[in-house]
Structures are given as structure tokens and as C-alpha cells.
Write a protein that binds this ligand. Structure first.
Ligand SMILES: [Zn+2]
Length: 264
């Protein structure tokens, strides 16, 4: 997940809005959430398990549409046309229609007359999301400090080290950031927490543009990630919770500054 967020202009409001991208937690089957770590058959395999990236078949219409929103193919305000989506994904219209209904129920799509459009978040919603993220991700970090397997700790440590090579590539860094946050959540080994975070991240998929593109932010974010991982390695739940909350707060602060520039 990406607490650094993505951003889109709020239509007609003269302000802009921000949010964060989803992680792909929804794609992790429940059994991935409580991982019995293998006796390291190979490091790659272990890491794949850690990340919940089991290759368990094709994505359904719902996941494909969410991915398309997350990747910016469809942006807030864009119309979602059933026949067009069916063509794009090579599916019949029935699963597309069902997926659209589900997305509307989750407030990811809104009705505009007879059309369904990708929803956009207002300033208040952005605040609400960051507040929930800070609480839930702080808890995830606390639980990760208590329950992370040694393999998970090492994966997190490697992620921080690898981030340093991505400082000048905001998009790559944003992707790496989502993986990092997702890894912490998986390391919490709490399926109910993951379900709650999934709800938050689905909503965050509505936003575009990363605050990691802001000068100086990548360096700061890596330092903050490092502090989170150090606390998890030390099995210090209080420190992990605090470090993650601080990280989210800093990211939100960056987002607010970015938005205020947009308003000028
Ligand atoms: Zn981060």
C-alpha cells in the first residue's frame, strides 16, 4: 500500500484531493494471510509466500477493474461502460455487470444519471482515510513486531535497502512502497486486520500521483521505513506502532502541502 498516496484534482471544487493507492491485499487468499513459513526451499519461493503472491489463477472482473483504476487507466470521473470493459478484458458482460455493482456498493463507483463513474474523494474523505490508515497500519506494525517470522523481517530489511536505488524513480518507489506496507500487514498475521485494511486500500485506489515525487520525500520515507523495520526487528511493538504512525503522518503532511500548491 502506499501511504504516500496518489492525487487527483477534485472536479469542480477548486481544490484537489489526495489519497493513497490500494495494495493488492484483496488478491491475497485468506490462507496467505497466516503463513506457515516453509523451511526455506529457496529464498525466492519463501519471499513469494511472504508476499502472498501465489499464482492461483486468473483475476476476476472485479480485480481487473480495480487494477485498471489503480493503474490510472480509469480516473475519477471516468465513465465505466459495460460493453467497453467486456471488450477490454475479453469477458462476457455478466461478470462485468456484477463487478460494477459490487464496486458501486463499495462506493468506488458513483451513479451519474444512468452512468457509473469512478468516484472521487473530497478533502474530508482524505482526512478520514489517513486517520484510519494510521490506526490500522500502526496496529499492523505492532503485531508484526510481535509475530513476524525471521524470513519476514529479512524481506522487510531487504526492501528498505533496495529502496535506496529507487530514489530518483518515483513510480518505481511508489510500487516498492506499496509492497513494503503490504509486507508489514502480512507480517501482522491477523486476517481480520487485513480485511479492514483491504477496505481502506480499495478506496485509496481512486487516487493518482505519488507524493514520493516531491523533492526530498523519498529520502525521508526511506529513513522512516528503516525506523519501522528496526522496531520490528527489535520486537518492540510500541516503537513499531509509533514509527508507522509517524510515517503516515509525514506522508499526509506532504500530501497536504502538495494539494495547497495545486490550489494556487
Ligand atoms: Zn511508506
Amino acid at each position: 500500500m502506499d501511504e504516500h498516496g496518489r492525487r487527483v484534482a477534485v472536479r469542480g471544487a477548486g481544490a484537489s484531493q489526495s489519497c493513497v493507492t490500494r495494495s493488492s491485499l484483496r488478491t491475497a487468499p485468506p490462507q496467505c494471510l497466516i503463513v506457515g513459513y516453509p523451511r526455506a526451499k529457496s529464498r525466492d519461493r519463501a519471499e513469494e509466500r511472504v508476499l502472498g503472491q501465489t499464482k492461483n489463477g486468473q483475476k476476476d472482473a472485479y480485480e481487473l477493474i480495480l487494477d485498471a483504476i489503480d493503474e490510472g487507466t480509469y480516473k475519477p470521473g471516468d465513465r465505466m461502460v459495460e460493453s467497453e470493459l467486456a471488450d477490454r478484458f475479453g469477458m462476457s458482460r455478466t461478470p462485468i455487470r456484477e463487478a460494477l455493482q459490487r464496486l458501486e456498493t463499495q462506493s468506488l463507483l458513483n451513479r451519474d444519471g444512468r452512468s457509473l463513474i469512478v468516484a472521487s474523494l473530497d478533502h474530508n474523505q482524505l482526512h478520514e482515510l489517513y486517520a484510519v490508515r494510521a490506526e490500522l497500519e500502526g496496529l499492523a506494525a505492532r503485531l508484526a513486531a510481535q509475530h513476524a517470522a525471521p524470513e519476514e523481517q529479512r524481506v522487510l530489511r531487504e526492501m528498505v535497502e533496495q529502496d535506496r536505488a529507487l530514489i530518483h524513480d518515483p513510480d518505481a518507489m511508489a510500487r516498492a512502497n506499496r509492497r513494503f506496507h503490504r509486507q508489514i500487514q502480512l507480517a501482522s498475521h491477523n486476517r481480520y486486520l487485513l480485511q479492514q485494511l483491504d477496505l481502506v486500500h480499495r478506496t485509496m485506489a481512486l487516487l493518482a500521483t505519488t507524493s514520493l515525487a516531491v523533492a526530498g520525500r523519498p529520502e525521508d520515507a526511506i529513513g522512516e521505513h528503516d525506523a519501522i523495520v528496526r522496531a520490528i526487528e527489535a520486537r518492540d511493538g510500541d516503537a513499531a506502532d509509533e514509527a508507522l504512525r509517524t510515517h503516515i503522518s509525514k506522508a499526509f503532511e506532504t500530501r497536504l502541502k502538495l494539494d495547497s500548491f495545486d490550489d494556487v
